[in-house]
Design a protein around this ligand. Structure first.
Ligand code: SF4
Ligand code: SF4
Length: 383
């Protein structure tokens, strides 16, 4: 257990599936160096197979007795889908726009917007997914090298790349399949919750760029924060597949708003909903009933012109309120005198710190200070 836990809440009623978050993450972290096929952030259509294909059926996580469940490692081509190129150069000669490959079997979002149900009562919604930075991570429990660790200061789960030997037990152990094998360096890699941004008081790129303003970021123990209020006060934000036993720290406000069903005369059926409640129960557990009821009541209150703190939070008026990262807290962790690339040098070294990695002494800070005029030696050492 970490001392504090950063968490993210995503309001599924507002996700429009635009993939801006996916692109924000990909361009920042995974468009190079063996990570090309990875989507640390992906947005998938539900009901659907998801990314990687059928991840909910791929095992991992813990059973009711707390034992690690067996899991599989998804196939790179058949389950993730590898990126392919197009014939851009040939278009100028009048060729048709085509993929440069003979057989396309599968890819991320292959079943985008397919969803479930029959016309005219078909339905779907989007679920954006990142690593859940779980309190009881299956990836960490499965790793025989103790190469995966949870940061004390914020519970972010990272891979110690020096210790990782690429055994891939972590991939089998994660029930969300949110840790990936990098074939170029033969190591496992995953979402790092944009910790270099977080340490500067900025939210992860996926949250900051989100067009629908669906994402809230903050510490779970910050009672004045919106994350705390959505998860603990109003209990409308729920973990995905809580039955997997890893205690995820990404929470979802379940989809409430959808068009009614149509009867055989194409008339709307009052009070009906298209998405089967059983499907929402599968995803979010039994608590989804209370969460939906709370959302409905608060929406009605607001429709009557009454105050509703919950609706105000979900409207998401201001980034300042949506992202409470407690920059001062991080400023206590790092030397304020470090600037620019020096700051990132220290972060990169801490990225490598795992349970068995020799601790990186904070020499870099003192080294920097030695370069400064030493007025008072008693103030020179911070750590
Ligand atoms: S979602 Fe998977 S990779 Fe992320 S911390 Fe949980 S078990 Fe590990
Ligand atoms: S950027 Fe926001 S609205 Fe767009 S797909 Fe991602 S989570 Fe959904």
């Amino acid at each position: 257990m970490s001392k504090r836990q950063l968490a993210m809440v995503m309001d599924l009623n507002k996700c429009i599936g635009c993939q801006t978050c996916t692109v924000a993450c990909k361009t920042q972290w995974t468009n190079r160096n063996g990570r090309e096929y990875m989507y640390w952030n992906n947005v998938e259509t539900h009901p659907g197979y998801g990314y990687p294909r059928n991840w909910m059926e791929a095992g991992g996580g813990f059973d009711e007795s707390g034992n690690l469940r067996d899991g599989i490692i998804p196939d790179m081509v058949l389950d993730y889908g590898v990126p392919w190129d197009y014939n851009h150069d040939e278009l100028i000669n009048g060729s048709l726009f085509q993929a440069k490959t003979d057989s396309l079997e599968w890819g991320p979002n292959w079943d985008e917007d397919v969803g479930g149900g029959e016309y005219p009562n078909s339905y779907f919604f989007y679920i954006p997914r990142i690593c859940n930075h779980c309190s009881n991570p299956g990836c960490l429990a499965a790793c025989p090298r103790e190469a995966i660790f949870k940061r004390e200061q914020d519970g972010i789960v990272l891979v110690d790349l020096e210790r990782c030997q690429g055994y891939r037990y972590c991939i089998a152990g994660c029930p969300y399949k949110k840790i990936y094998f990098n074939p170029k360096i033969s190591k496992s890699e995953k979402c790092i919750f944009c910790f270099p941004r977080v340490e500067k008081g900025l939210p992860p790129a996926c949250a900051h760029q989100c067009v629908g303003r669906i994402r809230f970021v903050g510490f779970l123990d910050d009672e004045a924060g919106q994350v705390y209020k959505l998860v603990h006060k109003y209990k409308v934000a729920l973990p995905l597949r809580p039955d997997f036993g890893t205690q995820p720290n990404v929470y979802y406000v379940p989809p409430l708003f959808e068009p009614p069903k149509f009867d055989e005369n194409m008339q709307p059926v009052e009070g009906s909903r298209r998405t089967p409640i059983e499907y929402l129960e599968l995803l979010f557990g039994k608590e989804v009933h209370t969460a939906l009821e709370t959302l409905r009541k608060e929406q009605e209150k607001r429709a009557r012109g009454e105050e509703s703190e919950l609706m105000d939070i979900l409207i998401a008026y201001s980034h300042r309120d949506m992202f409470r990262l407690d920059n001062n807290y991080y400023q206590q962790q790092v030397d304020k005198k470090l600037k620019g690339s020096e700051f990132f040098k220290v972060i990169d070294q801490r990225y490598l710190q795992g349970a068995n990695t020799k601790r990186v002494e904070i020499k870099d800070y003192t080294f920097h200070e030695k370069m400064l005029p030493q007025k008072d030696s008693s103030k020179a050492k911070h750590h």
